[in-house]
Design a protein around this ligand. Structure first.
Ligand code: FMN
Length: 165
């Protein structure tokens, strides 16, 4: 199995961290925050996951900054995948794009993308108890684990896209 690491930033309700753990269990990967993972350590991994909640229509800025800090074209044949949770699910593929574009620019092959709903009590939503109160739920996490298994099974052959909930 490819040696894997998951870089995750989950600041609202730890929603995305739960997804990261479900994927990590399948990949036998560690989940770390970008601030605690030096780019130089990337050499030890073949498959790298990047995930966060969606904040104001995008990933947490620390993820994009982390990827931008990598030297250009220093990565030969390394696979990546991205995942997110958000209050509203519809635009997730669009919200993922800046990160996947930057990953490709740095030489990563993007092997998969995953999204599911996450409990959202941001701003005025909090007054009404928030939305997606029980997400990610067990079914979402099962989908996340299936996504990881599918990614392992397809290897380099194709990309895996999955949305749950
Ligand atoms: C400051 C802030 C901004 C947010 N912006 C969006 C947004 O633009 N679109 C959306 O669908 N959800 C948005 N959300 C909801 C989060 O994406 C959702 O709750 C997510 O599951 C949080 O993940 P986390 O618990 O891992 O931080 C926002 C939440 C916060 C706190």
């Amino acid at each position: 199995m490819a040696r894997s690491i998951i870089i995750c930033k989950s600041v609202h309700h730890q929603n995305t961290w739960k997804v990261a753990q479900a994927v990590a269990d399948v990949l036998h990967a560690e989940v770390v925050e970008p601030e605690e993972f030096p780019a130089a350590d990337l050499d030890e991994y073949e498959l790298v996951g990047f995930g966060s909640g969606i904040y104001y229509g995008g990933f947490h800025p620390s993820l994009l900054n982390w990827i931008r800090s990598l030297p250009d074209a220093a990565l030969v044949h390394r696979r990546a995948f991205v995942f997110s949770t958000s209050g509203l699910p519809l635009l997730w593929r669009f919200w993922h794009r800046p990160l996947t574009t930057e990953l490709a620019r740095k030489g990563f092959e993007v092997s998969g993308e995953f999204h599911c709903r996450g409990f959202d009590s941001w701003g005025p939503l909090g007054i009404f108890g928030g939305i997606n109160r029980h997400h990610p739920n067990e079914k979402d996490l099962r989908h996340a684990a299936e996504f990881a298994r599918e990614m392992l099974a397809t290897g380099d052959r194709e990309q895996v896209y999955r949305a749950a909930g």
